[in-house]
Design a protein around this ligand. Structure first.
Ligand SMILES: Cc1cc2nc3c(=O)[nH]c(=O)nc-3n(C[C@H](O)[C@H](O)[C@H](O)COP(=O)(O)OP(=O)(O)OC[C@H]3O[C@@H](n4cnc5c(N)ncnc54)[C@H](O)[C@@H]3O)c2cc1C
Ligand code: FES
Length: 353
């Protein structure tokens, strides 16, 4: 297997979803169909040259994985480098660099009731999971609790309504608006722990969904996980996806160590080619490796997207954050190199594993 690389994909449509969000569809040519086949809930990393700066961001796929065309949903963030450009200037015909889909926020459809808690653009992977599983597994049902600022900022509203019309007895959608007063106060406010408890008691229960998918701001995801675990949901059946876990470190790479004192050896393999360098343990393995292999895959540098994943073949590392790898990958020796620091005098990682 080789490390993921960027491929050029042509944008075929950019459709407004709300005043500040768009849906972007890509044309995937025949020879890339296999590389771009995806599971519901996965995401792609997109790269653009914006005023001479290489900007990479991850976006969840919003389309049905049973043969749907590759689409992503992008919501504008105030001052956001990529999302500002994508929601105002990106147009059909633009060719973007896109990495093949990755991610573990996925499901093997079973005839059970699923639950989701999403906020804002967090609905993007959820709508893919919901539409794909409802079609593939006639015995499954979904309850989606979806928080937004106001009715005008709800992404994929028409698509969600269409799914509800198609599966009236198998899909329950509960909208909660933080900046609008609903006629029933239960449906106003932010989705925090007490609000979720109340919704579970009054709208979702008494038999709760057995498997859950959470996607939204850090505080919402953590409080939802706490509430669900306290109600006896198996923690292994609560999946979460974070889009943002704090400000990025400056993108600058650490300088090359001036002398060898206190440094460790780093050996890496990418695309079948091995390279060695020396690094300071306070640097991340990714940053040190980028100094010698510029083509290494990465996107968020925040432990969320998994594009910098590699397997440790020799030595030990410490990972600061991990929002992307699941237990089986950790057991197999995979790490997020953007979050990993060497603990031994020599470390060997394989980006092709
Ligand atoms: C696995 C994964 C999947 C993702 N899927 C989607 C998706 O489907 N749709 C989508 O719109 N976005 C998604 N994101 C977020 C996306 O990758 C970008 O982070 C987002 O679009 C902001 O990029 P930007 O360049 O516009 O903002 P930047 O220029 O990177 O940041 C602008 C400011 O906003 C802050 N910031 C950055 N991201 C966030 C955030 N999410 N919430 C709050 N503050 C933030 C930054 O610290 C900075 O102050 C996903 C992220 C990950 C890791
Ligand atoms: S670059 Fe995103 S997890 Fe490392």
């Amino acid at each position: 297997m080789t490390a993921p690389v960027f491929h050029q994909l042509r944008v075929i449509e950019v459709t407004p979803l709300t005043d500040d969000a768009v849906c972007v569809s890509f044309d995937v040519p025949e020879h890339l169909r296999e590389a771009f086949s995806y599971a519901a809930g996965q995401h792609v990393t997109v790269k653009a040259d914006l005023d001479g700066v290489d900007v990479r961001r991850s976006y969840s796929i919003c389309s049905n994985a049973n043969g749907g065309k590759l689409r992503i949903g992008i919501k504008r963030l105030p001052g956001g480098a990529f999302s500002q450009w994508a929601t105002t200037e990106l147009a059909a015909g633009t060719v973007l660099d896109v990495m093949p889909p990755v991610g573990e926020f996925t499901v093997s459809p079973r005839p059970v009731r699923y639950g989701a808690v999403a906020a804002g653009s967090g609905i993007t992977p959820i709508i893919s999971l919901v539409s794909t599983t409802l079609e593939a597994e006639p015995g499954c049902r979904w309850t989606v609790i979806f928080g937004n600022r106001g009715a005008d900022s709800v992404m994929f509203l028409d698509e969600l309504e269409g799914l509800k019309d198609r599966y009236p007895h198998r899909l329950q959608i509960v909208h909660v608006l933080s900046r609008e007063q609903a006629s029933v106060p239960l449906f106003s406010g932010r989705i925090d722990g007490p609000k979720l408890d109340e919704l579970l008691d009054r709208v979702v229960g008494p038999d709760l969904p057995e498997e859950w998918f959470l996607c939204g701001p850090y505080e919402m995801v953590m409080s939802a996980r706490e509430v669900l675990t306290a109600r006896g949901i198996d923690p292994g059946l609560i999946h979460d996806e974070l889009f943002f876990a704090g400000p990025l470190d400056p993108a600058t790479l650490p300088p090359e160590p001036e002398d060898e004192a206190g440094t460790v050896s780093l050996h890496l393999t990418l695309d079948g080619r091995s390279t060695s360098t020396r690094m300071r343990p306070e640097s991340s393995i990714l940053d040190a490796a980028l100094r010698v292999r510029r083509e290494l895959p990465y996107s968020c540098k925040g432990g969320m997207c998994a594009s910098c994943k590699a397997r440790v073949l020799e030595g030990e590392v410490r990972m600061d954050k991990n929002w992307a790898l699941v237990a089986s990958e950790l057991a197999d020796g995979f790490v997020l190199t953007c979050q990993s620091h060497p603990l031994t005098e020599s470390v060997t990682v394989d980006y092709d594993a």
